[in-house]
Design a protein around this ligand. Structure first.
Ligand SMILES: *[C@@H]1O[C@H](CO)[C@@H](O)[C@H](O)[C@H]1NC(C)=O
Ligand SMILES: *[C@@H]1O[C@H](CO)[C@@H](O)[C@H](O)[C@H]1NC(C)=O
Ligand SMILES: *[C@@H]1O[C@H](CO)[C@@H](O)[C@H](O)[C@H]1NC(C)=O
Ligand SMILES: *[C@@H]1O[C@H](CO)[C@@H](O)[C@H](O)[C@H]1NC(C)=O
Ligand SMILES: *[C@@H]1O[C@H](CO)[C@@H](O)[C@H](O)[C@H]1NC(C)=O
Ligand SMILES: *[C@@H]1O[C@H](CO)[C@@H](O)[C@H](O)[C@H]1NC(C)=O
Length: 531
């Protein structure tokens, strides 16, 4: 009996592999592959709907799998304790629900727009489909900077002239908006199934609104222009709205503590807790609530985790400020230095305020050489681990930085070259999808808006474990998250960091299924939920 069951488990591990989609056109680099898209070819992936009793599994791995599909069937949960045959046993408990997902996406910076536009039209369309369509990652959120950032070819703001023009009589969008960013966002919206939610932030306002402190070189917003700056935010939303792009959320400033910590003086403004409170309460809050573009969510922080105490927790003590804060935006840089416990503390104390991740990229540290590391699975792992951690700490969205860059990691007028999930090679009329692209997709494509995170518990294989075994298991090379989608399916994402294949048993309701997790891989498994 026991042997028979073992055999059944073994058989169910050898599931049929079918490729209905266009597979990756691989180009091998040292660690892993990139997938090449050109005028005539680009890989696709469609999400299939699992019917009762079956599951679909998608795997990407260091060895070169990219959304490789496999199918299998579930079986009624057995009461025989065979847990010891598996490296991992997961018990999904959909009756315990956590946060509701808003979405996943990337940023349309000026540089992303330039790179996209530098490709022939057919390749541009492949790039948009890869990110936004049902054949691709199904991005449902986009972050767009208001004015220029380090990922621009020049610094600029709107209404730079005339100076001291508090009525903003000369506010028009820049050529960067009209020629690159607006068309790129519109192209994404056109092929996306869900509404694309747009989040914005300002890096630097018009120069006349700032005061430069001679001694330190820091720039502050001149308090005389707080209202003009608030109006500027609303105006930007109105002009984008005229282009059919609705601003869903905005933050008061991008990385307001950056100048203080990293001595960066360009493209950024330093904000103290006190000034931020004052600006939110007296200017930005009332202005955005009254902006003709309705229902814009105001996001606090928009900086690293370590900025959460000064730029949210302190500010939130004043009810008059808190009432204008709908959510909290965090960036992921240096997450390893600030443990996620702070996210748990905030979501516990402020359950009505959502937290989302609004910026991330690989290759940003000075020691990250090369800046664009083609085929790096290590960088995919960084994305996967950060997204898993954030989702397990109740974040509702995870938005990547530049949607595409060139082979150098730019353009960037301040020479802040970094990596991107899509690298554009305009002279060769192609773009390369990095492992980070697929890392994003294992979440973005399968966890649609309004999915609810559900409890996953790891079951210890046998009851007679000693303390050492338990510790080893707790530190095992896995990480996982599960969701109940609006269509009543269960989506489980599992990261196997180990250098060996692992087996897993997953229990969902009255069913169970057995899967093999490739060495150094990420898998998304979708199964109909029959409770
Ligand atoms: C485009 O990519 C496909 C698949 O890799 C390849 O067969 C084809 O030759 C490429 N076309 C061009 C113009 O490079
Ligand atoms: C309005 O802004 C444009 C640049 O966007 C500038 O060339 C022009 O001089 C400005 N108009 C006035 C009256 O300052
Ligand atoms: C603009 O306002 C600043 C004070 O904020 C003042 O020093 C400057 O002279 C003004 N410039 C013009 C052209 O009005
Ligand atoms: C864009 O930035 C300007 C100032 O730089 C600000 O007044 C305006 O409100 C911003 N718009 C949005 C939607 O953030
Ligand atoms: C709200 O906007 C309207 C129209 O733009 C304006 O007349 C009114 O003064 C504004 N109210 C507040 C409180 O800002
Ligand atoms: C979810 O259900 C809706 C409505 O029944 C359907 O249109 C949609 O295609 C389904 N999506 C998936 C991913 O199953």
């Amino acid at each position: 009996m026991k042997h028979f069951r073992k055999l059944k488990i073994l058989l169910s591990l050898f599931v049929l592999t079918v490729h209905a989609d266009l597979p990756c056109a691989p180009r091998q680099y040292e660690e892993s592959v990139v997938c090449v898209c050109n005028t005539t070819y680009c890989d696709t992936v469609t999400r299939e709907v699992p019917d009762g009793g079956n599951y679909i599994m998608y795997t990407s791995s260091k060895s070169g799998k990219r959304f490789s599909k496999s199918y299998g069937s579930t079986q009624a949960q057995s009461y025989i304790n065979d847990n010891e045959h598996f490296d991992m046993v997961l018990d999904i408990q959909p009756e315990t629900m956590y946060q509701t997902i808003e979405g996943f996406g990337g940023a349309v910076t000026d540089s992303a727009g330039f790179n996209w536009k530098s490709l022939p039209p057919a390749v541009q369309q492949h790039l948009i489909n890869s990110y936004c369509s049902e054949d691709g990652l199904e991005y449902s959120m986009i972050r767009v900077p208001n004015g220029s950032t380090d990922f621009s070819t020049r610094p600029y703001a709107y209404n730079e002239y005339p100076v001291n023009d508090t009525k903003l009589t000369n506010f028009t969008l820049a050529p960067e908006d009209i020629l690159y960013k607006v068309p790129m966002i519109q192209a994404c919206m056109k092929v996306a199934k869900l509404d694309v939610e747009v989040v914005t932030a300002t890096w630097a306002p018009p120069r006349w609104m700032s005061i430069k402190e001679e001694s330190s070189g820091f720039k502050y917003l001149n308090e005389d222009y707080y209202q003009a700056y608030a109006d500027y935010q609303c105006k930007f939303a109105e002009l984008y709205n005229e282009q059919g792009i609705r601003v869903w959320g905005l933050s008061a400033a991008n990385e307001p503590l950056l100048p203080f910590l990293y001595d960066v003086k360009e493209e950024t403004q330093l904000w103290s807790t006190k000034k931020m409170s004052k600006f939110l309460k007296n200017n930005l809050g009332p202005t955005i609530r009254n902006c003709s573009v309705r229902d814009i969510r105001i996001l606090a922080v928009d900086d690293q985790r370590f900025a959460l105490p000064p730029l949210f927790e302190s500010i939130a003590e004043d009810e008059e400020v808190l009432k204008y804060i709908d959510g909290i935006a965090v960036h992921y840089y240096f997450d390893e230095r600030t443990p996620p416990a702070i996210l748990a503390r905030i979501s516990k104390k402020y359950p009505d305020r959502f937290i989302l991740s609004t910026e991330a990229c690989a290759g940003f540290k000075p020691t990250d050489i090369p800046k664009v590391d083609l085929g790096s699975w290590e960088r995919a792992k960084i994305y996967i681990k950060d997204i898993l951690e954030n989702l397990n700490y109740n974040l509702v969205a995870w938005i990547d930085w530049n949607m595409c860059l060139n082979k150098e990691g730019g353009p960037t007028w301040v020479k802040n070259f970094v990596d991107s999930p899509v690298i554009v090679d305009a002279p060769n009329e192609e773009f390369l999808k990095q492992p980070t692209f697929y890392a994003m997709g294992h979440f973005s494509k399968f966890i649609p808006r309004f999915s609810r995170r559900v409890r996953v518990s790891k079951v210890f294989p046998t009851e007679d474990l000693d303390v050492q075994d338990i510790q080893a298991l707790e530190q095992s090379h896995y990480d996982t998250v599960a969701f109940l989608t609006p269509n009543d399916s269960i989506v489980v994402v599992i990261h196997n960091e180990a250098k060996e294949t692992k087996s897993a048993k997953i229990r969902v309701g009255q069913q169970e299924l057995f899967v093999k997790l490739d060495a150094e891989s990420i898998s998304t498994i979708e199964v109909a939920y029959l409770d």
